[in-house]
Design a protein around this ligand. Structure first.
Ligand SMILES: [Fe+2]
Length: 186
């Protein structure tokens, strides 16, 4: 299934896409990275998110991560999320809340190129590019319903740091871009 066929399929949904259906469809995707050329943008300091497509029940973001970049520890506040690794390998650490409100890690997975993972709205996780040799990571994220806000957490605090959504996106969009636009592969 090409990316355009994938979006045409998802555009038919009027209500949130069931998580397992989203995962199965993302596993069938065949993405040709050069086709995404205009969206392959890296930030010098932070990972860079670009909206690829939006339908009634979802939005699809391309995220480019240079070596060492990572997301906050976060949940998705009402949106399920499917992630497909398009280039490189991603590290996903999952967290749970303790009774006193602190988050603690409960597992880490390495997702190789071509692999898909899916998480429910309340799941807490962190995605990182921990590859060596300055290797880049490119991931496709589908949020259903479209992401409105996320809550970030710190392992040092029992208070979530509030929500970030559109403001977070524009903050990411404001960062300087890496001058070389080529993808660094291992
Ligand atoms: Fe996430």
């Amino acid at each position: 299934m090409t990316l355009n066929e994938f979006f045409e399929d998802l555009d038919h949904y009027e209500s949130p896409i069931p998580l397992e259906e989203l995962r199965e469809k993302m596993e069938l995707l065949k993405v040709n990275l050069p086709d995404l050329n205009g969206a392959l943008r890296f930030g010098e300091k932070n990972y860079r998110r670009t909206l690829l497509h939006k339908g009634p029940a979802y939005e699809a973001l391309l995220i480019c991560w240079s070596h060492g970049q990572r997301s906050p520890i976060h949940d998705h506040r009402g949106s399920a999320c499917g992630v497909r690794v398009l280039c490189g390998s991603a590290t996903e650490t999952r967290f749970e809340l303790s009774g006193k409100g602190y988050v603690h890690p409960v597992g880490t997975d390495r997702l190789s190129e071509g692999e898909t993972t899916a998480s429910a709205d309340a799941d807490i996780h962190q995605v990182s590019n921990l590859q060596g040799d300055r290797t880049d990571l490119v991931t496709l994220h589908v949020y259903s319903p479209p992401l409105r806000s996320m809550r970030s957490y710190s392992i040092d605090s029992s208070d979530p740091e509030g929500t970030f959504g559109p403001a977070f996106r524009s903050r990411q969009g404001a960062v300087a871009e890496r001058s070389d636009k080529k993808i660094n592969k291992s």
